[in-house]
Design a protein around this ligand. Sequence first.
Ligand SMILES: [Zn+2]
Length: 153
Amino acid sequence: MDDGSPKTDADWRELLSSEEYRVLREQGTEAAFSGKYWDEKRPGIYRCRGCGSLLFTASAKYDSGTGWPSFYETVNNDAVKTEADKSLFMARTEVHCSRCSGHLGHLFPDGPQPTGLRYCVNSCSLELDQTEASRDSLSRDEPNSSSGEVSDG
Ligand SMILES: [Zn+2]
């Protein structure tokens, strides 16, 4: 398992395919309808391709028609971090894995209820986990990581 320790650029190049590296480490975007999960409908949980951190559940995935996997919510408030990306002609919100800082995709305010959010994520940033253990870890999702901050759900 990944221990969460910082990785060097060389580590990432070894761990990831060239496409995964381009998306996760260089803020790239895969071509629409090209990824393996845009039309994925099986149950399970989606982990970060870079570090295995739990990011989204399949139950929060919906068909946005964009050609990228889309989710209306993350598994919890700490799973991802967002930051404004104003480098392009239009302002977008970047979504990164809060654990390894890998670039996942973008966040848009045009998703379905109850959140009204659309996490537009690259397939190659994700790994679908369908094991029993994954469901178990999801149901026992306790904030036991280091800082001891309070989660108000
Ligand atoms: Zn990660």
